[in-house]
Write a protein that binds this ligand. Sequence first.
Ligand SMILES: [Zn+2]
Length: 421
Amino acid sequence: MKKLFYNISKLYGANERGTFKKGHEMQQLNTLENAWMLVENGTIIQMGQCPSEKEIEDLINHSNEWIDLEGLEVLPGFVDSHTHIVFAAPRHEEFAMRIQGATYEEIAENGGGILNSAKKLQAMSENDLYEQASKRVILMLAHGTTTIEIKSGYGLTVEAEIKILRVVKRLKENFKCTIKSTFLGAHAFPAEFKNNQQGYIDLVLNEMLPIVIAEKLADHIDVFCDKGFFSVEQTSLILEEAAKRDIPAKIHANELGLTGGVQTAVEHQAWSADHLEHCEENEIAALQKGFSQNYGGTMPVALPGTSYFLGIPYAPIRNFIGNGLPVALATDFNPGSSPICSIQTIWALACTQMKMMPVEAFHAVTCNAARALRLENEVGSLAVGMRADFFTTKTVDAVKGIPYFFGQNHVDRVFVGGDRV
Ligand SMILES: [Zn+2]
């Protein structure tokens, strides 16, 4: 069953399969004009540009279905490599407290923050959580995101952490878009373990992790390695145990201070280090070292939605790019620090607040974000052999126009594996 997509005025992200871009390469945009794609079994099997009428006729004759994309522009579906979308409730009250001056850390110290989300999630049934999370997946799809990573971490008990990961498993089964799961049992210390941190780490490693492995619930493991959360030593202990079981790491690092999180990520060959609001020369040197090693490097992932919403510094992205590093962007969609579903808004924030050029940020939300999940051979670019995940937009010059006309949804039609969703 071959499906032809034609009459595309401009197609962006026409990179070679497996591409991700570092440093100045992030400025190099690959496009096709008057483009077409032939899709079979969800994968692009042929594509090109400027066909003659005769060629279009031939293509149509050799296809089972043909879809006229009406002269619109096409972008690869966005990849959101960092979200926490399985949560029970918004945290409006903390929003109000922060507006009145309380900091995220002060709220966390008083039992708010992650612990607040955990309490609400523990009380909610798996079915209700599934219903809520699936609405968020639908919302993200409507905003052009076709690959989503989802973390646990609002459970903090064996039962509740497993409940979240089972919800993610159901989402994977029921949605056509690509969904990846991350076990983040080490998101915060529950109140009852405040004075027995090792006790909680033992629970994560000896009780949660075996179930996660037995039920194949996680594609990666994550730790919140930061001031007031998990120390470098505690993070290393958890990542070492995960590595023995071949679970790759993605960690929360350097959101709240220069805590050694980035260095720990590189040392443990993490696929990504996320947040990075506090990064100086040593962190950049550690990331550079990662990309010179065989494991393929630790992708720096910036989360500008969090900086915007919490009023904290933005990751120093220009230093990363200027030092030849790649950069990815994600929403961090969660109820406490970044209640945003739209990569388009993240793209705009990256330009206005972090001084990324629109083209650089485009790569950071497509091929580089795919690399943060080591999926750059499947999604994030539109090339032969890649999944036909893309959307059309009526916005002209979309790579410039989407972050410019910020705050609106530029997505027209969304296709996953060549099927409209
Ligand atoms: Zn996060």
